[in-house]
Design a protein around this ligand. Structure first.
Ligand code: MV4
Length: 527
């Protein structure tokens, strides 16, 4: 096992990785930006190295600064977490050139899977079913129209370099296609520096089901079952559960087996996720592969009892998997929701501010992954995940009751601060969701039912306006989920403080962070 690992991330995932390292006797160093100097991971790590200013391009995305930090502290390996550089094959290559183990798949495999068009071709070769469409990039608008005529509408034009929902356009009629094709290519060139696109049949109201896999460096692999991540808004997941509900055992097994076959076929190593869409007839279609630990990994940990970050560390250190497939026995149901510091009533705009109160839930089979604390300043620089609340129960109904109970306990409040808790409660209250019958259309349906014609968002109060207890921070046994009218004006985003540009926004990442917290004196442990 490694003696020392550098954690190249922030927020809750930095803390998650730090804890895994501690449990395995691995010393920890964490990098941080100026915005995170007083953060919990910095306080808890054995060592911490400041790598740049708040802006992620100059800190958490700065490969040279991270490699230099690893050299300074004498780390042997780098754990990238999720988002930021976690799926950057060039960064993995730079680590290797500097004698550092990148905790993830080989750079070549990352590059092949990061190209969605190449991933599609590889998975087809491995025998996985794909949505109908082109395997190679489509070179012209006329070729796109021809592909669409063959597979039927609606279609979706996807950037080969995209992923996680970035760089996609749905097209419902042939007349729209040439312009949508041109627009998607131009956007892909601007955002990814790669204008290749491909065309697929758009599967409406399908379920987003993903499979967790673990593969070692000796050709062994296991799958850890499925998760349903259909509850998404603009490709940001809000609720995730394991296993995927309302699918036959045969379908679940077939999807998991296909996923494992696919990753073993391409020489994948580490922890990965294979995404599928599952249609109403339980036919499944490969979408893409994620080469990182994912935000929603706790639900898989809760149903399998397997620590995925421990496994990542062992695999990267070259240790053969000790798990055989028959040792993976998923049990019960786990459901997670994300608590983002955003206002669901203002198009999920970030609501940075100081947390005057922060009291996360507890209780049986209830796990909270967070870097938050009372006094924590949620800054505007990173995306807005503050906490993940995950629960386990023997069956799905009890798990959902338990999650509602946990969310009722969660007390988060500060001037201008809102969270996604009220919206998640509406999801949990939805009759279709309760029955496990839901799809990728659920969130839009809930939002449309809420306000058929959304008025423009009003502007908020000046910074520092008095705090009132928001409706998403109820005491146990408080009022019901629906947001009561409070008369409280929504908060404004601080003027003149831009969020990171979209290109810097990690697909799956999160994390707020702020210039200052309470007077937490950073201290260094010696172990
Ligand atoms: C699709 C799709 C339907 N048809 N591809 C979104 C994330 C990325 N991994 C792939 N995604 C999708 N690809 C085809 N051919 C539906 C999604 C999708 C989705 C679409 C709209 C609203 C919510 C969604 C949630 C998950 C996946």
């Amino acid at each position: 096992m490694f003696e020392k690992v550098l954690i190249a991330n922030r927020g809750e995932i930095a803390l998650r990785v730090l804890r895994a390292c501690r449990e395995l006797g691995v010393r920890t160093a964490v990098v941080y930006s100026s915005a995170d100097a007083d953060s919990t991971p910095v306080r808890l790590a054995d060592e911490a190295v400041r790598i740049g200013p708040a802006q992620s391009r100059r800190s958490y995305l700065n490969a040279a600064a991270i490699v230099e930090a690893a050299r300074q502290v004498g780390a042997q390996a780098v754990h990238p977490g999720y988002g930021f550089l976690s799926e950057d094959a060039d960064f993995a290559e730079i680590c290797a050139q500097n004698g550092l183990t990148f905790i993830g798949p080989p750079p070549r495999v990352m590059a092949e899977l990061a190209d969605k068009s190449s991933a599609r071709a590889l998975m087809r070769r491995a025998g996985l079913p794909l949505p109908p469409g082109s395997v190679r990039p489509v070179p012209t608008a006329a070729a796109a129209v021809a592909v669409a005529a063959e597979i039927g509408y609606p279609v979706i034009v996807k950037a080969a370099a995209g992923g996680g929902g970035r760089g996609m356009t749905v097209v419902r009629t042939p007349a729209e296609l040439p312009r949508a094709y041109a627009r998607t290519r131009a956007a892909a060139q601007a955002v990814f520096g790669d204008d290749r696109v491909y065309v697929e049949r758009y599967l409406t109201d399908a379920r987003h089901v993903e499979v967790q896999v673990l593969c070692d460096q000796h050709g062994n692999g296991v799958h850890l079952g499925t998760r349903d991540c259909s509850v998404q808004r603009r490709h940001q997941k809000l609720v995730e559960e394991a296993p995927a509900p309302a699918l036959s055992a045969a379908t679940l097994e077939a999807i998991a087996a296909a996923a494992l076959r696919g990753v073993l076929d391409v020489g994948f190593t580490g922890a990965g996720t294979v995404e599928f869409l599952v249609d109403a007839d339980e036919r499944f279609h490969f979408l893409e592969i994620n080469c990182r630990i994912q935000v929603e990994h706790p639900v898989t940990e809760m149903i399998t009892g397997i620590d995925l970050v421990h496994e990542q560390l062992h695999i990267a250190a070259g240790v053969p998997l000790r798990l055989r497939q028959e040792d993976v026995r998923p049990h019960g149901v786990a459901v997670e929701c994300r608590v983002n510091v955003e206002d669901p009533d203002r198009d999920f705009a970030p609501t940075p501010g100081r947390l005057e109160r922060f009291l996360p839930p507890g209780g049986p089979f209830t796990r909270v992954d967070t870097h938050g604390h009372p006094g924590y300043l949620v800054g505007p620089y990173y995306d807005s995940l503050l906490a993940k609340v995950a629960v386990w129960a023997p069956d799905r109904d009890l798990a959902l009751n338990r999650l509602e109970r946990a969310l009722d306990e969660f007390d988060v409040a500060g001037p201008g601060v809102r969270t996604t808790i009220p919206f998640v409660r509406r999801v949990l209250d939805d009759p279709g969701f309760r029955k496990g019958r839901y799809s990728t259309g659920l969130v839009d349906r809930l939002l449309a039912a809420r306000d058929p014609a959304r008025p423009p968002a009003p502007t908020g109060p000046p910074a520092g306006s008095p705090a009132t207890r928001p409706p998403d921070a109820r005491p146990p046994g408080g009022p019901p989920a629906a947001r009561p009218p409070t008369g409280e004006p929504p908060a404004a985003r601080p003027a003149g403080v831009p969020a990171d540009p979209p290109a810097n926004r990690p697909p799956d990442a999160a994390r707020p962070g702020g210039p200052a917290g309470p007077p937490d004196r950073p201290h260094r442990r010696t172990r």
